[in-house]
Design a protein around this ligand. Structure first.
Ligand SMILES: *Cc1c(COP(=O)(O)O)cnc(C)c1O
Length: 392
């Protein structure tokens, strides 16, 4: 079969062997590509990278990433999904799509920290007005909307202080003035909150969390229902060149299959641990949306069907930071580290008053991410660390 006159290098890059068709198995195949091949010039010219019925170039996706995008859109009740190399890249993608010099954006004061950091950059280097609003503003957001306001970010709940906003009221006020609403929906994984039912225009996910589930991959997604909005996002995605690696996409596809089971397990364990903490004298508030201590608890009850594994507590006022640091250092199963949604439990103390424009509550805030360990073991770990905290 070997063609005459072809040198060994040509044979190596143009192999004769073709694997037979008809292979079938559960995993989505990992299609790597920068170059995508066209059968002839006419098909090359006829394809548009905006259109997912065909392939054009690795940046715009392969069957592997299209499959993940389709699944993520379906989970949230959306129509379109664009992947980005991290959750933060997905946030940047949204802000860069809807904002230009002279525009105004409203970001909740309890937003994911790097979203506010991006806001500072937009303000300083891009001539965009960036204002941080009180997360419980509700319908009052209407008064903050200016004629140049183009985008309102919402986070439900805020991922450190856990206030649950009145999403319906914010969407209603925004739409009355033609402003796009983008939700950072990472906390609910799209499982416990269906954002498009409440009027959200753009849902953003850090797939790094529950979707991957393994603390081993960074990825983000931007999901929409509206084709025109999606096309604008796709254009920015191309201009910024936010490609993702297909091995990482595969990891997320793999994690996704067990996501609902894991999410429910995180949720039930976290609620038991929050309830246990609630009756401890060292803890003054449990900032878990399913508890009345948590601002916006009523909106969580109205809009959400679950809670996941992330919540915070506020220690009682008379416990200084040195003691809460000792508590965190004394934990054994809980590790110290950012992020959440993986199998392992984590615990992080925050200097919340430095993160917020107006934070008047006394007491140290500590955030727990409840992993998939046995609940009783996690409670025992917290109990021994509370004892050590009081000793020294
Ligand atoms: C983690 C996280 C992000 C960013 O995701 P990365 O993939 O780590 O960049 C954004 N928003 C929220 C609420 C997050 O928890």
């Amino acid at each position: 079969m070997k063609k005459r006159n072809q040198g060994p290098n040509t044979s190596l890059v143009h192999p004769e062997f073709k694997a037979p068709d008809g292979f079938s198995a559960f995993p989505t195949a990992i299609h790597h590509a920068s170059t995508v091949l066209f059968k002839d010039v006419a098909s090359m010219r006829s394809r548009s990278w905006h259109n997912k019925s065909a392939y054009t170039y690795g940046l715009h996706g392969t069957p592997t990433s299209f499959t993940l995008e389709g699944q993520l859109a379906a989970i949230e009740g959306g129509q379109h999904c664009v992947l980005a190399p991290s959750g933060l890249a997905a946030i940047t993608l949204v802000s860069m799509t809807f904002l230009r010099s002279g525009d105004d954006v409203l970001i909740p004061d309890n937003a994911y920290g790097p979203n506010k950091e991006l806001g500072e950059w937009l303000k300083q280097s891009f001539g965009i007005s960036v204002r941080y609003y009180a997360p419980m503003v509700g319908a009052g957001i209407s008064e903050l909307i200016q004629t140049n306001t183009k985008l309102i970010w919402v986070e439900a709940p805020g991922s450190v202080s856990m206030e649950v906003p009145d999403l319906r009221a914010i969407c209603e006020a925004a739409h009355a003035k033609n402003v796009v609403v983008a939700l950072d929906n990472t906390w609910s994984a799209g499982i416990a909150l269906k954002p498009f039912e409440f009027g959200v225009d753009v849902s953003m996910q850090a797939l790094t969390k529950y979707q991957s589930g393994g603390s081993d991959v960074l990825m983000g997604a931007v999901i929409t229902r509206d084709t025109e909005l999606n096309n604008r996002i796709l254009t920015t995605h191309m201009r910024l060149g936010l490609g993702v690696g297909m091995d990482d996409v595969y990891l997320v596809l793999r994690g996704l299959q067990t996501m609902k089971l894991r999410f429910d397990a995180h949720d039930s364990s976290a609620r038991k641990i929050a309830a246990w903490l609630k009756q401890r004298p060292e803890i003054s508030k449990v900032l878990h949306p399913a508890w009345e201590d948590c601002p916006g608890h009523e909106f969580w009850k109205r809009d959400f069907t679950g809670a996941g594994g992330l919540f915070s507590v506020i220690f009682s006022e008379d416990i200084p930071e040195a003691m809460t640091d000792r508590f965190v250092n004394s934990l054994e199963l809980f590790k110290i580290g950012f992020s959440w949604g993986g199998t392992h439990s984590l615990c992080v103390p925050y200097r919340i008053e430095k993160m917020r424009e107006n934070w008047s509550q006394k007491g140290i805030l500590v955030r727990f991410n409840i992993g998939l360990e046995d609940t009783d073991d996690l409670i025992a770990d917290i109990e021994q660390a509370l004892t050590k905290m009081r000793e020294a």
